[in-house]
Design a protein around this ligand. Structure first.
Ligand code: AMP
Length: 404
């Protein structure tokens, strides 16, 4: 079965094309600058060969037309005709409380997603544009929505509620939802596979550390807590997002700087985090380089980043009554040797003991980086959200076909 995975952002569409069940990536690429000057599609074939197409890509539908065109083109493509695409899986950011798992897209699903645009105004609308665009181009193709929030719908109420007037939860759905669910689900399942154990009997903490970052507590195979909340700003320090901050400081800054909600949102989402502290960059590689050259604010940004992750690991170990496996993923988690060492330092009391030599040589590949006798297995597991979406899509299509 050949599955196309789409991740539609406000001005871009990332895509990957898989052959299942052997999980082979056949092609991938990105459409960028949709609706802007200089829009283009960058396509990469299975053999790594890259091609660039420039054109007027005015909206998501045209972007998808470009993708379908290149996939089926005689020169650069990998299929003879579009009928070879069995289904399309979409990354959808917000599935609210309704979607506890991935779903075959139908009118009810679309209506619910329209409703949830209020909760994710930046993310759900482009996700929906992808669904609509594809439907108008190939009406017969089955589409599956895979939600970032779904994995966290197992959180208990005492973990997801905010201590604010209860009516605000009832009226507007103000609660913690959590994000990066597909990644936390993928890496925890993969870690159990590698260790040859059942997730059902494990206490796992997954650290997805990328430009966006979150930690998840997974007990007996389900998410019981996660650091992102109502929006993806809560929790860890991120590239340009503040993570946890005293609400009192937010209203104080709004008063002092005389700024409204929009500018405040920009301040805490785009100018804070590693960027805000370092004053140099939101990119961990650049910050590390500057810190190595003696920049004090970059050193501070790194210490704060590590410390925040460490605190979450401690609190989630307490929440689950222990920890068996600690997993690092995302661009920073998979590659930054010093970040992993900085986070794990001092956690020996929890049974977390890194093997420095193995940690130092593990970048971007599946590795157990703890000492042989460490009570907690510490692992690097590269995430693959697109593959997870493709696997979900295949399963749902097969279940649907079996029912029909
Ligand atoms: P992601 O959002 O998962 O693509 O991760 C992006 C983040 O990973 C950026 O902050 C990068 O600087 C960081 N990153 C990627 N490679 C490395 C590396 N080798 N060392 C440190 N950070 C890295």
């Amino acid at each position: 079965m050949k599955i196309l995975v789409l991740n539609c952002g406000s001005s871009s569409i990332k895509y990957q094309f898989f052959s299942l069940p052997n999980n082979t990536l056949i092609a991938k690429g990105i459409v960028e600058k949709i609706g802007m000057k200089g829009s283009f599609l960058k396509h990469e074939k299975e053999d790594g060969q890259k091609v660039l197409f420039e054109g007027e890509i005015l909206d998501h539908k045209i972007g998808i037309e470009y993708i379908l065109g290149v996939l089926s083109s005689a020169k650069h493509g990998c299929i003879k005709n579009l009928e070879e695409i069995s289904a399309v899986g979409h990354r959808v950011v917000h599935g609210g409380e309704l979607f506890t798992e991935s779903k075959l897209v139908n009118e009810d699903v679309i209506d619910a997603l329209e409703k949830y645009t209020e909760l994710a105004p930046l993310h759900n609308p482009p996700n929906l544009k992808g669904i609509y665009g594809l439907r108008s181009l190939i009406p017969s193709i089955p589409q599956v929505a895979v939600f970032d929030t779904a994995f966290h719908t197992t959180m208990p109420k005492h973990a997801y509620m905010y201590a604010i007037p209860y009516q605000l939860y009832q009226k507007y759905g103000i609660r913690r939802y959590g994000f990066h669910g597909t990644s936390h689900r993928f890496v925890s399942a993969r870690a159990c596979e590698i260790l040859g154990t059942q997730c059902k009997s494990m206490k796992i903490i997954t650290c997805h550390l990328g430009n966006g970052a979150s930690v998840c507590a997974i007990k007996d195979g389900v998410s019981v807590d996660t650091s992102m909340g109502f929006t993806p700003i809560e929790g860890l320090i991120m590239g340009s997002r503040s993570g946890d901050i005293d609400m009192g400081a937010v209203t104080f800054i709004m008063d002092k700087e005389k700024i409204g909600t929009k500018s405040t949102s920009v301040l805490f989402n785009k100018h804070s985090g590693l960027l805000g502290i370092s004053g140099i960059s939101s990119d961990m590689r650049e910050i590390s380089e500057a810190a190595n050259n003696g920049d004090e604010r970059c050193k501070l940004a790194i210490k704060m980043f590590d410390y925040r992750v460490k605190k979450y690991i401690g609190s989630y170990a307490a929440a689950m009554g222990g920890i068996d496996v600690l997993i690092f993923t995302g661009g920073i988690g998979e590659n930054s040797v010093t970040t992993r060492a900085g986070i794990c330092e001092g956690l020996e009391f929890l049974g977390i003991e890194l093997d420095d030599q193995i940690n130092n040589s593990s970048r971007g590949k599946e590795t157990i980086i703890s000492k042989n006798d460490s009570r907690v297995k510490v692992m690097v597991v590269p995430t693959n959200e697109e593959l997870m979406i493709a696997i979900d899509t295949q399963r749902i299509i097969e279940e649907h076909n079996n029912l029909c």
